[in-house]
Design a protein around this ligand. Structure first.
Ligand SMILES: NC(=O)c1ccc[n+]([C@@H]2O[C@H](COP(=O)([O-])OP(=O)(O)OC[C@H]3O[C@@H](n4cnc5c(N)ncnc54)[C@H](OP(=O)(O)O)[C@@H]3O)[C@@H](O)[C@H]2O)c1
Length: 310
């Protein structure tokens, strides 16, 4: 007899199912991807370049990113542009969004991928808890400032690289920066992903009639550099233990490209995918009453960077 798990636990079996890919091309389509210097973002960038998209990479480290830009250009002969911004600094996110929006009036794809995992509580120069700052606040601000360009490019797609780790919970609207509770890295990571799910759902509703689709995806549990900033012990654990349980990140790149390009997803918005399979996120990340509150609080936190001329 085949085991049928309750809807909220189906992520366990979804991880094991075969995933979809597409041969659809994206020639002439402008696609912005954040964090392409390693792991999932790099693999996704390869897929977009292979599919003929005009790729716009947003990275923080020019020395790491420039050789990748050159390599993808040489290998696939497509246009690959590079913008530099550290997502710990919202003023840099705002600046880079301005630069991109001027250079690319029409954008067809935006993949919010850049992310970080910290074992200990760390703050950004702006004073935000770093995981929340890089994963949630930066992607929220970048997306908001590129919305008009996405509308100009419609039908277009925004994709958030989320995580099944949102199921760890940890989100507290009154303590988004973890100054009231003992910090637990996995919960802080889960909290940032939950905040992102809430606001992505609001955005999907706001953009329903605009031709801009908004979805989230878990890219699989894959071998990347995530967490490598957490000291020698974590690095050794990740390199020599964790890696045996993880898959190759190229699968995540294919899944992201599928969700960004495949025609079967035309008009699909406000959904969460486990790689390419639609599934239900944890109930506390899609509470209808909560999502507008998270949106409002997030907007409050990034408000200084939403105003012109600041
Ligand atoms: N690996 C997994 O199994 C897994 C599972 C679920 C979800 N995810 C999600 O997948 C996304 C990509 O992570 P990954 O696993 O591929 O990790 P990764 O190899 O560490 O890649 C993270 C990317 O984000 C960039 N980044 C980090 N901090 C940044 C900042 N302050 N400003 C700008 N860019 C920054 C990194 O740039 P640098 O190279 O300069 O550090 C890198 O390009 C993340 O959102 C993560 O939460 C990963």
């Amino acid at each position: 007899m085949k085991l049928k798990l309750p809807e909220e636990l189906q992520f366990i079996t979804n991880n094991m199912l075969p995933h979809k890919s597409t041969t659809e091309r994206m020639d002439g389509k402008v696609c912005v991807i954040t964090g392409t210097t390693s792991g999932i973002g790099y693999e996704a960038a390869r897929q977009f370049a292979k599919g003929g998209a005009d790729l716009v990479m947003v990275c923080r480290n020019k020395d790491k990113a420039e050789p990748i830009r050159q390599k993808l250009t040489d290998e696939f002969g497509t246009s690959v542009d590079l913008f530099i911004a550290d997502f710990q600094r919202l003023d840099e996110v705002r600046r880079v969004a301005e630069e991109i929006s001027v250079k690319y009036p029409k954008i067809h794809g935006l993949v919010n991928n850049a992310g970080v995992f910290n074992k200990r509580r760390r703050l950004t120069p702006d004073g935000n808890e770093m995981t929340m700052g890089v994963i949630h606040l930066a992607s929220f601000l970048l997306t908001k400032r590129l919305i008009e360009n996405m509308k100009n490019g419609a039908p277009s797609r925004i994709l958030y690289i989320s995580s099944e780790a949102h199921r760890f919970g940890g989100f507290n609207l009154k303590d988004m920066d973890w100054h009231k509770r003992p910090y637990i890295g996995l919960f802080a990571y889960g909290a940032a992903k939950i905040a992102q799910i809430h606001t992505a759902m609001v955005l999907a509703e706001q953009l329903e009639a605009s031709g801009v689709m908004v979805n989230l995806m878990h890219p699989g549990a894959v071998r990347t550099n995530i967490g490598m900033n957490n000291g020698l012990f974590y690095r050794l654990y990740s390199r020599y233990v964790l890696r045996w349980f993880l898959k190759d990140a190229s699968k995540s790149g294919e899944a992201i490209y599928y969700l960004a390009a495949d025609p079967s997803l035309n008009g699909v918005t406000g959904k969460f995918f486990n790689q390419t399979i639609e599934e239900k996120p944890a109930w506390y990340s899609v509470k209808e009453k909560m999502r507008q509150q998270v949106w409002d609080r997030t907007e409050e936190l990034v408000r200084p960077y939403l105003k012109e001329g600041l």
